[in-house]
Design a binder for this molecule. Sequence first.
Ligand SMILES: Cc1cc2nc3c(=O)[nH]c(=O)nc-3n(C[C@H](O)[C@H](O)[C@H](O)COP(=O)(O)OP(=O)(O)OC[C@H]3O[C@@H](n4cnc5c(N)ncnc54)[C@H](O)[C@@H]3O)c2cc1C
Length: 391
Amino acid sequence: MVAGGGVAALEAVLALRDLAGYTISITMLAPEEHFVYQPLSVGDPFALGPAKRYPLAKVAEDFDLVLHHTALAAVDPAAHATRTSDGEELGYDSLLVATGAARQPAYDHVLTFRGQEDGERAHGLVQDLEAGYVRRVAFVVPSGTTWSLPLYELALMTATRAREMSVDGAELTFITPEETPLAVFGGAASDEVASLLAEAGVDVRTGVHAEVERKGEVRLRPGDETFAVDRIVALPRVVGRPIEGLPHDEQAFVPVDEQMRVPGVEDVWAAGDGTTFPVKQGGIACEQADAAAADIARSAGADVDAKPFRPVLRGQLLTGSKPRFMRHHLAGGHGEDSEVSTTALWWPPSKIAGVHLAPYLGELPEVEPEREPEVPLDVEPSGEAGSRIWI
Ligand SMILES: Cc1cc2nc3c(=O)[nH]c(=O)nc-3n(C[C@H](O)[C@H](O)[C@H](O)COP(=O)(O)OP(=O)(O)OC[C@H]3O[C@@H](n4cnc5c(N)ncnc54)[C@H](O)[C@@H]3O)c2cc1C
């Protein structure tokens, strides 16, 4: 049984079929009808079209899944049984919990960008900037955020748009507790992001924690510096979704070992944003799903090697012109191996680097977006990756 219909759940299902074939049956519990590809939601404010959506029913058909449109409510590990939000009881031999995380506003008085659901409001801000109603915008990464890339994309794309529209006097400031911009990708990638921000005219304040006590005012800590802005765009705080019967930490994230087993709970694995691993990112969620799938396939009798989770961060930064591909080992023993390039560092050159998910989604027809794109994605050709943005 796989609980979830997002990135980790889909990667795990595809990996399980690859490793164990059709010798196992797979039940999926997913409350939503569609899988929404969140990384491209940063294009929505710039009228590049809403995030792509794919029907889960098609995935179920392609991979012979028993799909229940419901949520996992509780697990009874001793009985190998689950209860769904509809009150139904379903048994399992192996259970993978891939229920993701919730995104909650970190501040009042700001535009919290959680993804697709906030695309329209962010579009309104860009329009206000273009029309001259808004001049000073602060982009704020809240303390505790580990995946800040979407906010860098919004800042860079806003700067590009302001330049293209010849907006007079736009002042964009990026505020983050990170010691250097996008530090999670290591030195070389971080230096590149710093250069991109400088070229775009975005003022960057690193190593500071922002407080927002009232509309239009940001206070920086340590110290007491405040400055006034017209609008504030912030990332949300990410918190876990507790499931009755499973252990979790104080933020409701589920603990896991390197095979993605939940310690002390027999035959239960977890993968993705809902686990205690600090970096909440799609490529990482896929690597965790692959590790879990290998271990689940082994426990079901398939002759496959263990594939312990060894995190390598792969990210594609949209900039308003050429995207940047960045890669960095997060586990020790690799020295300083930060890489950044305008050509693809993995293939297919997708935003979410899932070994199974990326090629599959590349072939899968998306359903009609809820709104029509107004203009095509404006990306210059970049060598191997070409001019198409892979999802
Ligand atoms: C704006 C934005 C931009 C991003 N950009 C990138 C990027 O460029 N590259 C990248 O790698 N990552 C990116 N990410 C992060 C990436 O989307 C997440 O890390 C990834 O989706 C996590 O996968 P997941 O499976 O853990 O959770 P999700 O993909 O969120 O899936 C969780 C699923 O579980 C379902 N669910 C919830 N509760 C239950 C329950 N009780 N029972 C059953 N199902 C349940 C949900 O409906 C959902 O289908 C971005 C995220 C956002 C918001």
